[in-house]
Design a protein. Structure first.
Length: 210
């Protein structure tokens, strides 16, 4: 297999952190998003959407979507379980991952892609579409962000990690999301002490620098 990766982007980082937590090494090729390599023909033959990450198998099949790639590696390397072991753990991790993606990641994407000149006419990641920026979506994203960080802080009031006692895919998703938020000038406010404590702990894990 080969993982198409990009150094600073959140979705490929999600996969790199996941693999680091598993202790699994996968051959990688960096795609230069800044120069538009992901929108050039060679990469569009791998992922016609023009997005990273993508995992290419030796038989030519390509798996897209960071969560799906992580699921694949979880099935291949079940230890340590990052998507949960018991039914309730699996449910909790899924519940929080969806919330983080739907409220937190979407908030950052709304703000960043609708304000930054780099995303002019490219407000969603899709090589085939020209999509104009909508400033009102950035305003909505900022409101979503405030609600999201408050909810995550409350969740972390009495547990070390988002799903409970064990670090999980939900924590990876939130770490990547909160670090990515800086690019959109969205931060975790000082008074959210639980979330700030969690962020320090998640960032201190060796996998955070993967
Ligand atoms: N839901 C997808 C999102 C993929 C995605 O949006 N990737 C971004 C980098 S984080 C990208 O390739 N952007 C290219 C672009 O905006 O043109 C996943 O989780 O893999």
């Amino acid at each position: 297999v080969k993982l198409y990766d990009a150094p600073w982007a959140p979705s490929p980082r999600r996969v790199r952190i996941f693999l680091a937590e598993k202790g699994v090494e996968v051959p990688r090729e960096a795609v230069d998003l800044r120069s538009g390599e992901h929108l050039a023909d060679a990469y569009l033959r791998i992922n016609p959407r023009g997005a990273v990450p993508a995992l290419k198998f030796d038989d030519g099949e390509v798996l897209c979507e960071s969560a799906a790639i992580c699921r694949y590696f979880e099935a291949l390397h079940p230890e340590p379980p990052l998507f949960g072991r018991t039914p309730i753990e699996i449910g909790r991790i899924e519940s929080w991952t969806r919330r983080i993606e739907g409220d937190g990641y979407a908030a950052v994407v709304y703000v960043l892609r609708n304000t930054t000149s780099a995303f002019k006419d490219h407000a969603i990641p899709n090589a085939g579409l020209s999509v104009a920026q909508i400033p009102e979506l950035a305003a909505r994203g900022a409101i979503m962000w405030d609600g999201f960080v408050e909810a995550l802080d409350a969740r972390l009031a009495d547990r070390p990690w988002i799903a409970g006692e064990a670090y999980s895919f939900a924590d990876i998703t939130a770490l990547v999301n909160i670090d990515f938020a800086r690019a959109a000038k969205l931060a975790v406010p000082e008074h959210l002490g639980n979330l700030r404590r969690w962020h320090g702990d998640a960032s201190a894990r060796p996998s955070a620098s993967a």
